[in-house]
Design a protein around this ligand. Structure first.
Ligand code: FS2
Ligand code: SF4
Length: 546
């Protein structure tokens, strides 16, 4: 195996024996073959495009399969084997359709040709270097191909959440297909791949805008909310991940059952939506960012539903009370499928909860959030006045992910040491490094403004663009906003590419720069966008505040 798609890549270069995330060599290789199969599907779809034939089934299949390969989403080898078989069958159907329309396939790449129906042959194919990251020998080309691939993995995740709420955009699917096919095109130069990387950022903005519209269209605009972090004395279900449609269905089905629902990790911002406030059994948030889940699942006592990543390979004794749905999976955990109308039956989890003890309290109090674009716009006068009067000197966008590396204590220390006339704008699970600190307020505005999940980084960009308009600036970089972003998995990659597309410069990215950036590709990002890594907190504060 060779995987370097996330921030925890072993030794900062790549996992080669087993993933730091817990992914086995077998699953890592099957994920590579999954991507390879998707590239083959994309090549056939590109042939269809030439004669105006579209393949919506392939678009949806690709979106879902990409999401399954994101770090900490799916650890189930059997699921990947079935999905790969499905992909091959779909690809052959697409070819048949095109052949019937007169398309002649010459010299198709192996990705669009290989086939197998036995599990052992699929595993053998997965183990071959030809389908993995290292198949591309030139390290700069490999770096750009993977940067684009990871960007579209994040894009696919956000597209799937929007799709679950009835929103989709054919242009995004078309881009994903084009980009996947391009990663097999040996004629593309480094410059062309750099251009494709920036184009990935454009569709990153589009997909986050679409998901924002889907979420707010269905559940209203997030508003300032105090979220309880203590517990009640009822049996309960913990819901983790990012999918709001899954949450809605769970809340509906638990109504009147005596079973409470708590959010975990990236599901916390669901409390900010008006539509979810009507459920009085939607009690609060339990625990912290994803990587502390083993301990927190121990004390939660009840069943856990994963709607998306991040799963940490569970303790054996927790497996029977962990359920997965959507793109997630873990061997031994019960997976809940949607029916053809997208309806999921969570009754088994609800019955399971009734047999288990209520959660054990691990903390008490409240955290405040809900500062997505509409809520911030509602406070715009106050904020603009505070900027003009000098009460707020600078904003720090500290969005992104949390992770288990010790060096991430940097973000807590950075938040603590920021001068009192600065405000943190956050989104994603990165917030858990400082959202329970008492950092105070400025004229009634909390010093940590949480917009929501990682995808709600879009809100932070919308807010920046609005401030640029209010202050009549020519360039988003003239605003008193600095970017100190923490990344972990591939959704952070699409967020980063989207920010670059919007023209944001001098982003500090940590706790380490991506292993998949070759020195030359890193140099392109440094020279053109001023991307830089973190140093000590004091050095970085000095750099940001001059
Ligand atoms: Fe956090 Fe994990 Fe949100 Fe990432 S819970 S690192 O999936 O997407 O942010
Ligand atoms: Fe390693 Fe990250 Fe890949 Fe897991 S996802 S195998 S931790 S690089």
């Amino acid at each position: 195996m060779f995987c370097y798609q996330c921030q925890e890549a072993a030794k900062g270069t790549g996992c080669t024996i087993q993933g730091v995330c817990g992914k086995s060599e077998e699953v890592a290789n099957l994920q590579d073959l999954m991507i390879y199969t998707l590239k083959g599907i994309a090549l056939v779809a590109q042939e269809g495009k030439k004669i105006g034939v579209k393949f919506p089934k392939a678009d949806h299949f690709t979106m879902n399969a990409l999401f399954m390969t994101i770090t900490n989403a799916n650890f189930d080898d059997a699921v990947f084997i079935e999905k790969i078989k499905e992909g091959i069958a779909l690809r052959e159907e697409m070819k048949e359709e095109l052949k019937n329309k007169g398309v002649v396939f010459n010299d198709l790449h192996d990705a669009a040709m290989w086939s197998s129906d036995s599990d052992s042959a699929i595993k053998a194919k997965a183990d071959s270097v030809q389908v993995g990251v290292l198949a591309t020998e030139n390290e700069d080309i490999r770096s750009l191909r993977e940067l684009i691939t990871y960007g579209i993995k994040g894009m696919a995740a956000y597209a799937e959440h929007a799709y679950n709420l009835g929103k989709e955009n054919e242009e995004i699917y078309a881009f994903i297909s084009k980009a996947l096919a391009a990663t097999l095109d040996d004629t593309l130069s480094v410059d062309e791949l750099v251009a494709l990387t920036l184009e990935t950022g454009k569709y990153g903005v589009d997909v986050m805008a679409m998901l924002d519209a889907a979420n707010t269209g269905a559940y209203g605009n997030p508003e300032i909310t105090e979220v309880n972090i203590g517990v009640r004395n009822n049996p309960a279900i913990l819901i983790s991940g990012h999918d709001l449609k899954d949450l809605e269905q769970l809340l509906e089905q638990t109504k009147g059952t005596g079973v409470d629902v708590y959010t975990h990790s990236e599901m916390l911002p669901a409390h900010y939506y008006p539509a979810f406030k009507k459920y009085d059994h939607f009690v609060g948030n339990y625990g912290n960012a994803w990587w502390k889940q083993k301990e927190e699942f121990e004390t939660f006592n009840g069943p856990i539903l994963f709607t998306t990543n991040c799963i940490v390979p569970p303790k054996q004794e927790h497996i029977e009370r962990i359920y997965t749905t959507g793109s997630t999976g873990y061997p031994g955990c019960k997976h809940i499928e949607a029916d053809e109308n997208g309806k999921k039956d969570f009754s088994e989890i609800i019955e399971h909860a009734k047999r288990l003890a209520p959660p054990t309290e691990i903390e008490t109090g409240k955290i405040v959030g809900g500062f997505a674009h509409a809520q911030v716009f509602a406070l715009a006068d106050k904020i603009v006045d505070a900027i003009k009067s000098g009460a707020i000197k600078k904003f720090f966008v500290m969005a992104g992910c949390d992770g288990r590396m010790k060096s991430r204590s940097y973000y807590t220390e950075f938040a603590e040491k920021l001068p009192k006339d600065t405000v943190i704008l956050t989104a994603g699970c990165a917030k858990y490094r400082y959202n329970k600190l008492d950092l105070g307020q400025i004229g009634g505005i909390p010093r940590v403004l949480d917009a929501g999940q990682c995808n709600d980084s879009y809100s932070l960009a919308v807010i920046a663009l609005k401030l640029k308009e209010i202050f009549e600036l020519n360039d988003i970089n003239e605003l008193p906003i600095a970017y100190n972003i923490a990344w972990y998995e591939q959704k952070a990659v699409i967020v980063l590419l989207a920010l670059l597309y919007l023209g944001v410069k001098n982003i500090k990215l940590g706790p380490t720069l991506p292993a998949f950036l070759s020195p030359n590709v890193a140099k392109v990002l440094v020279d053109n966008f001023g991307i830089n890594g973190i140093n000590s907190v004091d050095e970085d504060l000095e750099q940001f505040l001059g």
